[in-house]
Write a protein that binds this ligand. Structure first.
Ligand SMILES: CC(C)(COP(=O)(O)OP(=O)(O)OC[C@H]1O[C@@H](n2cnc3c(N)ncnc32)[C@H](O)[C@@H]1OP(=O)(O)O)[C@@H](O)C(=O)NCCC(=O)NCCS
Length: 405
């Protein structure tokens, strides 16, 4: 028997569990005044703690949102964040116990999917989470004029901090991209993940909005970091883009045109773009844009495999029968016939076998089946079956979330 208890936290346990989380990430717990602001979004709801002698030793949090899946349907999703174990209790199964409790709680509350961003890549696969979307880090060296012929309609304006806080959440809501992997940003997300940067460091993050023929249709949040030094006084600054969303290609081109035109800037950096971001193609000299790296973005967990599989659409191909394994939620184990006409549980022979984390990798269309088979994640399939799986699961655009939590 373990010497700790895993259970939902109470309101009185909010501050000690927040302090524990901050310490596990090597930060300093906030002073009273800052805690008062954090407190608004750090309520007991959706938080599972581990306790020893009444003291918190672990925390795993979540909030409800929705996930867009291929075909445009949305699924209720538990977004997992705020996970940490006290340093003197790690590697004793505390996270495993909290994950187990959380997954069963999500299942009981009817969430078909859960998702998270992982601090390290080796932690969450064992709990059935798979990398469902990836993100690119890009750099554009200036000067980087756009090609002639790139749409030039629309106008970009800078907002004041108050205007940005008031208008961007509604603009983001209106810009439903329909892209697989997109999530709704709940009200609680904005103060911590967006507004905070507009005030931090003297409020040096700026927000630009693009207006097209039908009104505001895109925005970018960015800040400029000086790079000049005593020995290199002429050196231009780096413009770092933190949040860039557009409702249509013209708005995206208009925002890039603006961001690449800001004076006294030598280089524009952006992390967290979709891997099919077209910025290189927009430039007169495509080599001015480089993808510096591609990282995992959203780790997806299928909590209710039949419901999740039924929610998305599939390409035109003969069906495949998947045999799914799930160590933590055994109700998901079984064979599923997936075809362009839908999904059903079946007793037919399986075409391939895979674990639930690998199914999550296929689910939003972010990976081809071939490399998943090569890496031993998919077994029992021949080349024809893998091609059929791709034809069913592939999506028109690369999946992307674009919202960190
Ligand atoms: C990551 C963290 C939550 C893991 O908690 P924990 O209680 O030590 O995890 P567990 O003891 O339940 O580990 C379960 C398994 O995962 C492995 N594991 C856990 N953390 C790991 C890591 N960072 N890297 C590699 N493997 C890890 C353990 O070795 C163990 O493997 P085993 O089952 O084969 O023995 C904890 O180390 C921590 O708080 N880290 C700092 C904050 C952080 O990164 N939080 C996550 C934010 S997304």
């Amino acid at each position: 028997m373990s010497d700790y208890a895993v259970r939902p936290i109470t309101e009185a346990e909010c501050r000690p569990t927040f302090d524990l989380l901050v310490r596990s990430l090597h930060g300093n717990p906030p002073p009273d005044e800052r805690w008062e602001r954090v407190r608004e979004s750090w309520t007991a709801e959706g938080r599972t703690g581990a306790f020893h002698d009444g003291e918190p030793i672990g925390i795993a949090s979540s909030f409800p949102t929705t996930l867009t899946v291929p075909g445009g349907a949305t699924l209720e999703m538990a977004a997992v964040d705020g996970v940490g174990v006290r340093a003197d209790w790690t590697r004793r199964g505390v996270l495993t116990a909290m994950m187990d409790a959380q997954l069963h709680d999500f299942a009981k509350r009817g969430f078909p999917v859960a998702a998270l961003h992982a601090s390290e890549a080796l932690i969450y696969g064992r709990f059935g989470y798979g990398v469902a979307t990836r993100m690119a880090t890009m750099q554009v060296k200036k000067p980087a004029p756009l090609r002639e012929g790139v749409a030039a309609s629309g106008r970009v304006r800078l907002l004041s901090t108050d205007e940005a806080i008031e208008t961007i959440p509604a603009l983001y809501r209106r810009m439903d991209s329909g892209r697989p992997g997109a999530i709704v940003r709940p009200d609680l997300w904005w103060p911590i993940a967006f507004n905070w940067h507009l005030y931090a460091d003297g409020g040096n993050h700026r927000v630009a909005v693009h207006t097209g023929p039908d009104g505001d249709d895109g925005f970018a949040k960015f800040h400029v970091v000086p790079q000049n030094t005593y020995l290199d006084p002429e050196r231009g600054a780096a413009l770092e883009i933190h949040d860039l969303h557009a409702a249509n290609p013209e708005a995206l081109a208009g925002l890039w045109r603006f961001l690449l035109s800001v004076d006294l800037v030598e280089v524009v950096n952006v992390r967290g773009r979709p891997v099919d971001d077209p910025v290189g193609l927009l430039l007169a000299d495509p080599r001015r844009a480089q993808t510096i790296g591609v990282d995992d973005e959203l780790w997806l967990r299928l909590i209710d495999v039949p419901a999740a599989l039924a929610a998305r659409t599939y390409g035109a191909a003969e069906p495949v029968v998947l045999e799914v394994q799930d160590r933590m939620l055994p109700g998901n184990r079984g064979r599923y016939r997936v075809g362009s006409d839908g999904v059903e549980c079946t007793g037919a022979d399986a075409d391939l076998q895979l674990d639930v984390d690998t199914l999550a990798m296929l689910y939003l269309g972010g990976w081809e089946a071939g490399p998943l088979a090569l890496s031993g994640r998919i077994t029992g399939a021949n080349a024809e079956t893998l091609a059929r799986t791709d034809a069913l699961f592939r999506t028109r655009t690369q999946p992307w979330t674009g919202t960190h939590f």
